[in-house]
Design a protein around this ligand. Sequence first.
Ligand code: NAD
Length: 409
Amino acid sequence: MSSYESACYYFDRAARLLDLSDNMRKLLLTPERELKVQVATDLDNGQIATLIGFRVQHNSARGPMKGGLRYHHEVDGEEVLSLATLMTWKTAIVNIPYGGAKGGIALDARSLSHGELERITRKFVDEIQDIIGPDKDIPAPDMGTNAEVMAWIMKQYEKYHGFNPACVTGKPLELHGAEGREEATGRGVVTLTVEFLKRLHTDVRDSTFAIQGFGNVGSHAANRLFELGAKIVAVTDALGGVGKEDGLDIPELMNYCSENGSVKGFPGTHPINNEELLTAEVDVLMPAALGNVLTAEIANHVRAKYIVEAANNPTEPRADEIFNERGIIVLPDVLANAGGVTVSYFEWVQNRQHFKWELGRVRKELDRILLDSIEKVWQIATSKKVSLRVACYLLGIGRVGRATVLGGV
Ligand code: NAD
C-alpha cells in the first residue's frame, strides 16, 4: 500500500465513524493544490543537475497551510501528498490555526556540496515563492533539511516580497528563529510519551527504548529520555546502528555522531541493524526516521509493548491492525510528533509580533498544548472504545470538517 493509500485508509476509518457523506469525504481528501516544479542548478563540477521539487497544499479551512520540506532521494509526489494530508489533521488535533501542506525535493544530500544545496534551495524558492508566504503556506524543516536551509528560504523569499521572517519557521536563532524550535519535535515526543506511559501505569524511568533514526527528532528525543532516566538500549541511523543492554550514554553518543556522521561504531556497543532494532525486546519502540518501516511482516515479530511514532507514517495500515490485535499500543504520529509544528506556530507568532519569547515560556506553552491534546484524544479513545490513532483522526477530521462547513465552500 502506498503512503497516500495509507493516509486515505486511516481517514476513511474515522470518516465512517463520523458518518461523513461521500461529498464531504471527497472535499476533505482532495488537495487544494499540487505543484511539481523543475529545480535546475549548476553543480560544482560544471554539470547541470535537473531535480524535481514538490509542494502540496492540502487544506486551508482552518488557516494558512503549514508543513515541512523534505530532502531525500525517495521523495515523490504521492509521498508529499500523504504527508501534507497528515499535516491537516495534525494541526487540527493540537488545535493551532493552520491547515496542512508539505514539500520535498528528490535528492541525495550526502552527494551534494553545501553550495550546491544552497543553490538548489534558492532555485526551489524561485519556483514556489508566489504560492508560499506567512498568510498562505509556511514551510519548516523535515528530513534532510535544517535551520540553515530555512534561512536560505527566508532570504530568497525576501528578494521577492521584502522582509518577512514569518514566511518560514525553524530558522536559526540568529535569524528570527525561536528558542526551543530545534529540540521541539523530539522534546514534544517525550512529553507525550511520559504522559502516555503514565496513563498505562508505567514509569518512563523503568522503561527501555529502541530508537530508529538519530537526526533532529531521534537525537533530541533520546537526549530528553536520557535526562529523565530512561534506558535507550538501541539506536540506528542510515549508516548503521548500536546496541547496549545497560543503556547508551546519549550525550556521548550525540558528540560521537556529530564528529563521525553516524552512530555506527560508538565504542562500548555492539552493532545492530534496523530489523534487529524494530524487533528488539524493549518497552517502547520509537521509529524516528523513514515512513512505512513497520510492515505487516515486521509487525508480527515486534516485541515492544508500546510504539511511539516519532516519524511520520512509519506504520503500514495492516501492521497497525496487527498491533491492535496483539495488544501493542501505538501513540500515533499525528499526535506524537506534533511538538515541532506547535513550536513553529510559536515562532510564527513571535515573528509577526516582533517579540521574542524565552525558552521557559516556549516549553511551558508546548507542554500545555500537547498535554491538553492527549487528554482530549484519550477521552475520545475511551468513550468511543477506539484506538488512539482513530481517536486522533476523529478529533482532527471533526475540527477541519466543522471549519469547512462554517466557512462555506
Ligand atoms: P533528520 O534528517 O534530521 O534525521 C533523519 C534520521 O534518520 C538520520 O539519523 C538518518 O541517518 C536516519 N535514517 C535515514 N534513513 C534511515 C534508515 N534507512 N534506517 C535508519 N535510520 C535512517 O530528520 P528528522 O527531522 O529527524 O525527521 C525524522 C522523522 O520525523 C521524519 O519522518 C519526519 O517527517 C518526522 N518529523 C520531523 C519533524 C521536525 O521538526 N524535524 C517534525 C515532525 C515530524
